[in-house]
Design a protein around this ligand. Structure first.
Ligand code: ARG
Length: 459
């Protein structure tokens, strides 16, 4: 089959080359952006009198027909066409004849692929932001029910201080909100049209780049053509943004896995989003959060892959760059299904508040409160207070009780400055509610945080 670029060649391409060189099997995903890009380009060429009205009508009708053929599944994708740009243009020319051959005036596949892929990435950026907001809404629903539910706050996976479950979830809401703003920042930075840069250096034709930029929804046109046809940092940004989002998701997933173990029993994932074992009939496995953890690694792989493809590439376009798409497609698809299924898993899980609260009664979670009491009420320097509290913890261990249950006389034997009012400080709920500093865990502060995220989602 004759190639579009066959003019300077005498022998035809080997089928091995076709297979190796082609991107059409996967870049066909960009057909909407490719056709929209061509429609805008043709409209601009006509306005600039590079095409006549009749040609514009033919091209527009022809492209709409190609679009319909693709959507109905009739369109034949041929590996020998190399990529979707040439596949679509060839079909257009077969339908409308000579006018089809004029569409590529003042354009190259280099700016064409740059504009198609960039717009696809920008659209998916928007989709992911919407999906993240839906996830946040679901997390917020659960959080609103648990602003008073005690849960052991941990460091090093060891009991540290009592917090409430809503506060814990609000930590993830903070991460997801930052993820959203990261996507939004990328959107603004990258919403710039490379169309009209042609192969690398611009074009002598009297084109209007602002017009195509506006038709395609871009904010402006790129400043330098050499950069615009060869840079792929917009794709790296979505990969990084997805990677960071998945890293956050993996942390929540890890907690869901732990929390659904017998040892924790803080949550139970619904049957709908759990799986069984082929051999052990009693098993109910948290495959969803486990896979979310695993898929995080896969997304990082795509980010590293593209960073490496782009490393040390000389200007401008190089065919290496064709390797930019599959990793991004895969990462976006992974992000979308991950957000959707995590939302459903959270929506349908059972929160075992009683177990969360019971878990607080071990591990001396109120120890810091005793130290704070000694500082605040007895004017003891914190370091000394820390030491005295350590002795109280050791005594509790010896008595095989939690510090929150210790009798007053034991404390007074350790330090006579301790008075009866300490007992209020050692009540775990009081301990949680004592942390009223900005961003703290007290129910009052937690409610403020939930309000903040609610406003963010409504704003
Ligand atoms: N299929 C190519 C890609 O995805 C399109 C650009 C090809 N340009 C070229 N000069 N060979 O990168």
């Amino acid at each position: 089959m004759e190639k579009m670029w066959s003019g300077r060649f005498s022998a035809s391409a080997s089928s091995l080359l076709d297979e190796f060189n082609a991107s059409i099997m996967y870049d066909r995903k960009l057909y909407i952006e490719d056709i929209e890009g061509s429609l805008a380009h043709a409209a601009m060429l006509a306005k600039q009198e590079i095409l006549n009205t009749e040609e514009l009508i033919q091209i527009t009708d022809g492209l709409n027909q190609v679009n319909a053929e693709i959507e109905s599944g009739e369109f034949e994708w041929n590996i020998s066409d190399e990529d979707l740009h040439m596949g679509i243009e060839k079909r257009l020319t077969a339908i409308i004849g000579a006018a089809g051959k004029k569409l590529h005036t003042a354009r190259s596949r280099n700016d064409q692929v740059a504009v198609d892929f960039r717009r696809w990435v920008l659209k998916r950026n928007r989709d992911i932001v919407e999906a993240l907001k839906l996830l946040m809404k679901e997390v917020l629903v659960v959080a609103n029910k648990h602003t008073e539910t005690l849960i052991p706050g941990m460091t090093h996976l060891q009991h540290a201080q009592p917090t409430n479950f809503a506060f814990h979830l609000a930590a993830y809401l903070s991460m997801f909100k930052r993820d959203i703003t990261r996507f939004e920042d990328s959107y603004k930075r990258n919403n710039i049209s490379p169309l009209g840069c042609a192969a690398l250096a611009g074009t002598p034709h009297n084109i209007d780049r602002d017009m195509t930029a506006e038709l395609l929804g871009f904010d402006s046109v790129s400043t330098n053509c050499l950069d615009a046809v060869s840079d792929r940092d917009f794709a790296l940004e979505i990969l990084f943004n997805i990677s960071t989002m998945m890293m956050h998701i993996s942390r929540l997933s890890e907690e869901l896995v732990m929390w659904s173990s017998y040892e924790f029993s803080f949550v139970e994932l619904s049957d709908e989003y759990s799986t069984g074992s082929s051999i052990m009939p009693q098993k109910k496995n948290p495959d969803v959060p486990e896979l979310l953890r695993g898929k995080t690694g896969r997304v990082y792989g795509s980010l590293m892959g593209l960073l490496t493809v782009m490393k040390a590439l000389p200007l401008a376009y190089n065919k290496d760059t064709q390797e930019d798409k599959e990793g991004v497609f895969d990462a976006v698809e992974t992000a979308q299904i991950s957000l959707e299924i995590l939302k459903e898993a959270i929506k349908t899980m059972e929160v075992k508040a009683y177990n969360m609260e019971s878990a607080c009664s071990v591990g001396h979670l109120a120890a810091t409160d005793l130290a704070d009491y000694l500082v605040e009420k007895c004017d003891i320097p914190f370091r000394e207070a820390h030491f005295i509290t350590g002795r109280a913890v050791a005594k509790s261990e010896e008595l095989k009780i939690d510090l929150s249950d210790i009798e007053l006389h034991y404390l007074q034997e350790i330090d006579s400055r301790i008075k009866e009012d300490i007992l209020e400080y050692l009540v775990l709920r009081n301990s949680m509610n004592a942390r009223t500093s900005a961003g703290g865990t007290s129910t009052v502060r937690t409610l403020e945080q939930l309000e903040y995220f609610k406003n963010f989602l409504e704003g």
